[in-house]
Design a binder for this molecule. Sequence first.
Ligand SMILES: [Zn+2]
Length: 235
Amino acid sequence: MSNLQTIVGYQATDKKLLLIEKELAATDEKKKYAQARKFLKSAQTALEGYENKAISLTGELSRMETHYNNIVEQLKDFSEIDYAELEENEGELAYLKKNALALAETLKALKKDLTAVKEKIETVEKEYKALKKQTIVMQKQYREYKEKYTAVAEGKEAEMQVIRQQLEELEKQIPPAVLERYKNKRKEGVWPVLCQLKGDRCGVCSMDLPRAAISELSEKGFIECENCHRLIYKE
Ligand SMILES: [Zn+2]
């Protein structure tokens, strides 16, 4: 068998394996397993995000409360002033009044900000709890479907093992460099990896191939399509 026939035959055998892989990937067990795995991966980051947000908001709330209490204390001082003594000093009275009013305004604004931060904390806690609840559901789905999928995959294992052995036998007859290129493309999801030249075009994507490339075909055995990156051969 020539190198070309061997690798074309290799792809035909590999196709059997690919079909089983596709069949497994399309099962409900695999889909639910993959869905849960994907969810859990992103949920972990999201939960950590909520935790960090809650910590920073709680810190902000605590700083605001301290500020608020300071102002309440300052306002208290105003109530302890003996205003009867100041009756004669209009300038001082006006000054004190102005300060007291400014403090009262600050207090009002702070109260509003405090409410806003408390609301934010409540929202974060609510979202965190909802996500946590969903995470628990998904953890259950993950465990359940991982087990189910493993059982389904094991059911196909013997059949796949026979094909893998056939492939291993064929691999011995394929030049290592060609085999490596084939395997890399297969891993990248290129399928079919090998295709026939059709006229002057790629057999899969129909891209026109340069004359110089086609003349390399008989010498090299394969050329790579610049468009779809498949390995093109001539029968
Ligand atoms: Zn192509």
